[in-house]
Unconditional design. Structure first.
Length: 91
C-alpha cells in the first residue's frame, strides 16, 4: 500500500484535492449560468425580470401622474360647486 494511504496527512490532502476539483467544476457550471446565452441562462431570466419590473415601475409612475391630475381637477370642480352652493344659499 502507498504511504499516503496509511498516512492521515496524505489521505486528508487527497480528499481535499478531490473536493477542490469538484468545487471548481461546480463553480464553472454556476459561472456559466451567470452569462447570457440567448434566453436559457439565469442571467437572461434576471435581465427579463429586471426589464419587466422597470416597465411596471414606469406604468405605476404614469398612473400616479394621471391620478394626481384627476385629483386636482376634481378638487377644483368641488370647490366651484361649493362656492356656487354658498352663493345660492346666501341669496
Amino acid at each position: 500500500m502507498p504511504a499516503w494511504v496509511t498516512d492521515f496527512t496524505g489521505l486528508a490532502a487527497l480528499i481535499s484535492s478531490v473536493a477542490a476539483v469538484i468545487s471548481a467544476m461546480k463553480a464553472g457550471a454556476a459561472a456559466k449560468e451567470l452569462r447570457p446565452d440567448s434566453g436559457n441562462s439565469t442571467k437572461d431570466l434576471i435581465n427579463t425580470i429586471d426589464s419587466k419590473v422597470n416597465s411596471i415601475g414606469k406604468q405605476v409612475g404614469e398612473i400616479r401622474s394621471d391620478a394626481a391630475l384627476w385629483h386636482s381637477d376634481l378638487a377644483s370642480r368641488i370647490r366651484t360647486l361649493e362656492r356656487r352652493s354658498r352663493q345660492d344659499y346666501e341669496e
